[in-house]
Design a protein around this ligand. Sequence first.
Ligand code: FE2
Ligand code: FE2
Length: 356
Amino acid sequence: MKPFNRREFLKRSAVVAAGTLPLSLVEVAFGKNNAQNFTFAYISDSHITHIKGKEFVRNWDRGLMRAVAETNLLDPKPDFVFYGGDIAQLGKPEEIDHGLEILSGLSGKTHYVMGEHDYYNDLGDYWQKQLGADHYSFDHKGVHFIVLNSILTYEKWMYQKWDKGMDRMKQMARLDNPHGQPFMVGDAQRAWLKKDLAKIDKDTPIVVFSHSPLQKIYKGWNFWTEDAEQVQALLQDFNKVSVLYGHVHQIQYNQIGNISFNSAMATAWPWPYPKAYTQVASYMPKLTVEMNRADPFFERDATGWQFINMDTGNADLHYLLPDNANRVVAFDKQAGHPADTQFQDVSKRIPPQSHY
Ligand SMILES: [Fe+2]
Ligand SMILES: [Fe+2]
């Protein structure tokens, strides 16, 4: 397949829409002479919110609809689509159904990972009934893809006596959740992962999809996976590992040993950056770059999409924030980790104009 560069992609995208493209396009390439290069699209965090009857919060619907429409118009056509979790806001069957109905408009195969907003109402029953296993792996053109359910927590807490599943959901469906619990992959899935990886050659590029970051960023908002180090240890012998995650609704990147981490933007809304980032030197935030500050009076401000180029097996993310200055977080070979190509300058922020 002809290498697919950002300028070409943007040219094609410009035909598609004059505004936000709420999806990611990931290119996986193995060098000029390899016919195996391919792309896939990545959509995340739609938070479809049910009001009553057939009424849903319109803005979140719209973000997902745009992502689907624009994914279908991509040329070259992505080999598959990955959905990064949080289809629903409160895990109601109506929300999952409505989200899947919109996503059913995608042509081609879609893979899914579960988000906490899909899970804690009924512990994933409805999601799994509609979509199948919550962790699995597949191989595609020389890359081993792994999907993990990273939003589980202590069974004792999950199965304690709740009056309603929705009470449990509401503990988890917020940023500050003093009565919630930290997310985790858990023993059973880690044992499965170890077995799954045992048959994979160490030079095979690995892409892991999770919903929460498989690293510890900020516990107060559950930008955190409790057993992250144990998952990372299982991946440490592979030469190229990329972890792509949703959940945080903001631009983040990091490098831990051989593992590159990159987040995707949401199709729903952006989260701000917690002040505590600057207070915890040992956590990822010193590598985190702030996206341009969202305008709280414009509900779609600072949502966006990212073009991800994995030409070298590492992920370079081009974030397009239509009402803000664009950002590039690219893998810096010399430094050995992703880096922002320019420091954010708030003065360059473009004020919101017409949005629809
Ligand atoms: Fe989310
Ligand atoms: Fe989430």
